[in-house]
Design a protein around this ligand. Structure first.
Ligand SMILES: NC(=O)c1ccc[n+]([C@@H]2O[C@H](COP(=O)([O-])OP(=O)(O)OC[C@H]3O[C@@H](n4cnc5c(N)ncnc54)[C@H](O)[C@@H]3O)[C@@H](O)[C@H]2O)c1
Length: 249
């Protein structure tokens, strides 16, 4: 098992990529903290892990709020005594497609807070917890939108480019602490967050993807678990795509 004996924290664990990753981490031997702003969804993910014989704690937290992020990490340490792996994955899609100059400043702030500032806040509390126990591995969810522009999604694209920058700097600043920090860049994946955009633009999206299909959350989970595991011992500061070849096109 790739994560045997490790304690792993997942944000956005109620749904989609976070849920699939929490389940796979548990199947690979980790004790899992399933965190989400959606209390019921987080509890449901933790419940499935328990049903399958794993160990999980559900935590309700809004990752845009520093105090709630601090409490989320504190709850992890209180229950499991340590933190080895963190998947900073919670995020939101823009409310509507809009060209850059038409983005409302409040919507800009919402998208940046949920997709970028949230990752900074998580890193800020996770890294000291990991240092206290000799190091760890962190994966942040960026996107193909961190590598390329996506029409009419300027705030999301800026946030995801920011996640890649934040990942590189966290890796740079904390390698000496025994912490690896990497980013995953999913292409279009079948989750509630992406469903509206995929429905609207399915043919255009598939035309850009060499594998000509939408991804599954479990396919992203495989990459995240590997990056969190000791098998990825020399991988640091990287942004790794799982996108069916989208950004290669
Ligand atoms: N689905 C895709 O096509 C795709 C592609 C690239 C990147 N991503 C990224 O993957 C990540 C996961 O998205 P998903 O597609 O699984 O979507 P999803 O909507 O299924 O899951 C996102 C989860 O994050 C939670 N969340 C949102 N805001 C939060 C907050 N402030 N605090 C705590 N939890 C919060 C939601 O409640 C939800 O459970 C996001 O960062 C998203 O930007 C998704």
């Amino acid at each position: 098992m790739m994560l045997a004996g490790k304690v792993a924290l997942v944000t956005g664990a109620a749904s989609g990529i976070g849920r699939a990753t929490a389940l796979l981490m548990a199947a690979e031997g980790a004790q899992v903290v399933a965190a989400d702003i959606d209390a019921q969804g987080a509890a449901a993910t933790a419940g499935v892990i328990a049903q399958q014989g794993g160990e999980a704690l559900a935590v309700t937290a809004d990752v845009t709020d520093d105090a709630q992020v601090a409490a989320m990490v504190a709850a992890t340490l209180a229950r499991f005594g340590r933190l080895d792996c963190a998947f900073n994955n919670a995020g939101v899609a823009p409310r509507e497609a809009a060209p850059l100059a038409a983005i409302d400043p409040a919507e800009w702030q919402r998208v940046i807070a949920a997709n970028l500032t949230s990752v900074f806040l998580c890193l800020r509390h996770e890294i000291p917890a990991m240092i206290a126990d000799g190091g760890g591995a962190i994966v942040n969810t960026a996107s193909i939108a961190g590598r390329i522009g996506l029409a009419q999604a300027g705030a999301y694209v800026a946030a995801k480019h920011g996640v890649i920058g934040l990942t590189r700097n966290a890796a740079l600043d904390h390698a000496k602490d025994g912490i690896r920090v990497n980013a995953v860049c999913p292409g279009f994946v079948d989750t509630p967050l992406a469903s509206r955009g995929i429905e609207r633009r399915r043919a255009a999206i598939l035309a850009r993807v060499p594998m000509a299909r939408i991804g599954e959350p479990a396919e992203i989970a495989q990459l995240v678990v590997w990056l969190c595991s000791d098998r990825a011992s020399f991988v640091n500061g990287a942004d790794v795509a799982a996108d069916g070849g989208h950004v290669a096109n």
